[in-house]
Every structure is written in C-alpha cells, then in structure tokens.
Ligand binder design. Structure first.
Ligand SMILES: Nc1ncnc2c1ncn2[C@@H]1O[C@H](COP(=O)(O)OP(=O)(O)OP(=O)(O)O)[C@@H](O)[C@H]1O
Ligand SMILES: Nc1ncnc2c1ncn2[C@@H]1O[C@H](COP(=O)(O)OP(=O)(O)OP(=O)(O)O)[C@@H](O)[C@H]1O
Lengths: 217, 217
C-alpha cells in the first residue's frame, strides 16, 4: 500500500484525504489552521498543525518518507509554490498540486510538480457544456482529446437500431452504452439494440467527432 | 439559443462564463467585486457590479429574463442561499448552484435549486481514486451508479484478444475503447483486438463491476 500526505485540508484537500482513507490507504494530513486539524482528528489519526513552508517542521513529522504528496493550497500561491518545492527537495517521489490560475500552473510545472489539478476550472468547463445542450446529461474530457458524452436519445433517433443509426460511420464516435429509462445499464449494446424515449446514449470519441454528434442531438 | 446569467465570477463561475461565451451563447456576468468585473469586461459585454442579494438591482439589469442562472458563490453561504432564493422567486426557470458543504447543498435543494455542483469535493474523489491504483489514469463517476475508468493495460492482459480477456463475463463491465501508445484511439474495438504495453483500456460499467475490475489491474 502507498502512503499519502495531504497538505492543505480545504474543500479539495479534505475530499482527497477522506476518500484515500475510505479506500484503506495510510494517510497523513497537514494544515496550519488548528480548527480544521481538530475537525479531522477524530477520523484521521495522523493530522498535524504545521506550516508547510517550514522545512524543519515537515522533516520532523516524516513527510520525506511518504510515496506521494498532494499540495492542496489554493489562495496562498506563495505557500503552494514553496511547499511544492520543499516537498520535492526532501525527496517525495510524486507530487500532485492544485493550481488556481494558468500562471500558478506554469510555475508548479517548472518547479517539478508531477501532476497539476485545477478543480474549479475543469468543473466549470464541464458544467458549461452540460448547460448548453439540453440533451447532454454529462460531458467529460478524458485524457488528451478523448471525450465522453451522455445524451438523452433525441426523437429522430428513437426506435432505430444502433446498426441503422450507424453513428461510427457518420460521426466517428461510438455509442458504448445505453442507459434505459428504468435505470438499467447495457454496457455492450448490440447492433439490433435501440434507444427509446427517456433512454440515454453514452458516446465516446475524439473531441471533433463528439462535437459533430452533439450538433445532431 | 439559451441565455445564461452567471452570478459570482470566482474560479468556478469564471470558467463557466468563459466556456459558455466560447460556445456562442448570450451571457451576463454579475459580481460584487469591481476589480473582477473590470477583468471580464473586455471579453464579456454584459458584466455588472451588483450585490446579488439585492432583488431590485437584479431586476433592474433584467436577470428575470434569463433562461438559466448559475449561482457560483462559495465562501459566503448566506449570499449563495439568498441569491438562489431570489433568482427562483423572480422567475428564472432553471438554477444551477455551487455548494461547498453537505449542509449548504441540503439548504439549496430545499429552496429550489435545480442542480447542485460541488467542484472541489467531486474532483477530490476523482483524484483520490486515480492516486490509489497506479494503473488508473482516470476515474469518473457518471450519472447514478455508472462509472468509467481508463487503465494502463496490465502485464497479465497484454497481447491477449478482448475475446480471450472476456471482461464482460468475468467482471460485468466492458472495454469500450483502446487508446494505443501512439495516441490513436479505437472507439469500437473488435473481439480480436489486443491491448499492448503502454496502451490504455477504457472500461465502463456499474460501480461494483468497476471495483472488481480495478482490483485485477
Ligand atoms: N503554509 C501553509 N501550511 C499549511 N497549510 C496551509 C498553508 N497555507 C494554506 N494552508 C491551508 O490550505 C488549505 C486550503 O487553502 P486555501 O483555502 O488557500 O485554498 P482553496 O483553493 O480555497 O481551498 P479549497 O477550494 O480546496 O477549499 C487551508 O485550509 C489553509 O489553512
Ligand atoms: N452577494 C454577492 N453578490 C455578488 N457577488 C458575490 C456576492 N457574494 C460573493 N460574490 C462573489 O462570488 C465570487 C465567488 O465567491 P467565493 O469566493 O465566495 O466562492 P469560491 O467558492 O471560493 O469561488 P471559487 O472557488 O469558484 O473561486 C467572488 O468573486 C465574490 O465576489
């Protein structure tokens, strides 16, 4: 099992540490805010009040022995950048850091953060896409150019077989699942399967093929 | 085209309004912070400095005429709740609101928010899952119990046909795409296709089937 240290127990950091704990991993939490640390103390055994820009304090609680650090500091850019630098310096092999602006992200990349997350921005993009096409229930950007869209089956596609819809040839993306109105999920639909009113198609493909498909629903 | 009003131009609200604008929709932005409004003014024609808890001010700029409002206020719970209440009262048909805690979410639900988003928490859950299994590149909770996982093809599955792997029968989920090491994407893999070292399988299914699959990779 890997060991994780989460620095900054705000909304994002708090969610990461809680989920890692639920998945059965060894975790340690750090925050400079005493009230927050006390809130987590009942459920997370190793939680400390520490200023993460103080390298001696980090070494004292053994941060250098962890496999992976998550730096979840947002508002205070300097603390985020300095903490990421220190954690890489003292030898933590993998660091995930949260960024709040493009400038912040570029600095974190330069100083060696292995992965950068922008929770608010990414969710904003996803929500905006869901809002604009009323049929689109969910819109997800996967790695590089790869997308997934869940759409309500539009009236002109209802009652037709997947074979007849021929989505792959027409758009370049593919219907990979049908969620029926009653909630059941067909994760490997056959050519003769159909989508009816109230059903959802789950479609994947590259960005341009998904945009072409979205226009027609 | 639908018209959207975004109240609160923080990281999340700012990302929503920028993306809606890029997708060609009519948007209006509101924030009590003058500096922020000035930052958006060059790219978003209708941006106003308004306290969104002031119903007269909202009516004066015509918020009641919009199809959809996004209330993206996080830290100030009272402003978020009051604004959501007012916006529903003056007749906006659909309201999406951001919540920062479970308590906040429950109040928003009770007062009529149509959709509630928790950007930091949702991203935290997703990141924690990606961290715990080194093969898992991305982990997404879709609507209801439906999940998607992108995993690196583990050594014991490399070079075998999808037919031989028989993922559907063994786990109940389904390999719906193979991303090759060179970046090309096969969105409707055939039974004879194989995953090699460095390729990714994209797998969908319900939560329990995905957890079973994740254990084996
Ligand atoms: N130098 C530091 N040492 C330890 N903890 C810190 C330090 N600086 C900030 N923090 C903590 O990091 C946490 C998150 O930081 P902040 O509130 O700046 O980010 P945020 O992006 O608004 O968080 P979120 O959106 O996830 O709630 C806070 O609880 C804060 O106390
Ligand atoms: N009553 C109000 N009227 C108008 N704007 C408001 C009001 N209250 C807060 N805002 C604005 O909403 C924006 C976002 O609010 P806040 O910073 O509290 O949330 P947040 O969750 O930290 O944002 P994010 O994480 O998206 O950056 C801020 O720019 C703030 O000025």
């Amino acid at each position: 099992k890997k060991q994780f240290v989460v620095i900054g127990l705000g909304r994002f950091g708090g969610s990461v540490i809680k989920t890692l704990q639920e998945l059965g991993h060894d975790v340690m939490g750090i925050d400079q805010n005493e009230r927050l640390v006390q809130e987590y103390a009942p459920s997370i055994p190793h939680v400390y009040v520490v200023d993460s820009t103080d390298v001696h304090a980090l070494r004292q609680i053994g941060v250098q022995n962890f496999d992976h650090a998550i730096v979840a500091i947002g508002d205070d850019l300097q603390a985020s950048i300095l903490t990421t630098l220190i954690v890489k310096d003292i030898g933590v092999p993998f660091v995930t850091a949260k960024a709040t602006t493009d400038y912040h992200r570029r600095v974190l990349e330069r100083i060696g953060a292995d992965r950068i997350i922008m929770p608010e921005r990414d969710t904003g993009v996803r929500v905006a896409h869901q809002l604009t096409r009323s049929n689109v229930i969910d819109y997800l950007e996967l790695s590089q150019d790869f997308m997934l869209v869940e759409v309500l089956v539009p009236s002109h596609m209802q009652g037709k077989t997947l074979k007849a819809l021929n989505v792959r040839a027409k758009y370049g993306c593919n219907i990979v699942a049908i969620r029926k109105r009653d909630g059941t999920l067909n994760v490997s639909p056959l050519a003769e399967d159909k989508g009816e009113m109230g059903d959802l198609f789950v479609v994947i493909g590259n960005k341009s093929s998904i945009v072409r498909f979205e226009k027609d629903v």
